[in-house]
Design a protein around this ligand. Sequence first.
Ligand code: PGA
Length: 256
Amino acid sequence: MSMKTRVPLLAGNWKMYKTVSESVSFARDLVNACRAVNGREVLVCPPFPSLTSVKEITKGTGIRLGAQDLHWEMQGAFTGEVSAPMLKDAGCDYVLIGHSERRQYFGETDDTVHKKMKAAFQHGLLPVVCVGESLAERESGSHLSVVDRQLRVGVSGLTAQESLRLVIAYEPVWAIGTGKTATPDQAQEMHASIRKILGDLYEKSAAEKIRVLYGGSIKPDNIDSLMAQPDIDGGLVGGASLKVADFERIVRYRDV
Ligand code: PGA
């Protein structure tokens, strides 16, 4: 049994999968599958059109709701965008920010990540800020410094109160959707480094309370060894969160 005091967070990132009706039937199954899960928090992040319907099904259960992105302005002429107050009103508790697919395909930068994170806190949403290096960066040995920069620009400037509620997701880009998981040692090395940087940016005691999730090809057969690492506080799960049985097994990981 590990001695972690942080409540583990197991989050499903559905990406651009599931229509509203598919989301509804999946959410019903997930509510049944996650009954009597204690001591860990479960989060699902469906596409925007499914948010309110999934909320209807999950409300009153332990399953929390998150969006996959937001705009930093409250409202305005920003066609196609969605704001924090809209997400909050739709029932979201959390919002993913700076996922590598947003960075890679939609021009997200550390600067926009920072603005989105501030907007999330301002309107009562908890941000899950994603960081992670590319394969080339890992191979050239610059992975620690890349993530250091992403954090120092992306998640600086919070109040002490806000900093305690921040969630970070370390997702090496080379591990996302590739079936190539970071080894528990590789992940732990990065998670420890992330916690150290958070301790520089905020109080060291705050850094001890911030949850740092791992993401990238999490599966039922690797979750236990990842969660056994002292600085891994949960998972951000893509592919395996789309199947109830797989996600249930991940949520019910065994503390080894
Ligand atoms: P994956 O995706 O689990 O399919 O690798 C993780 C993510 O992108 O959040």
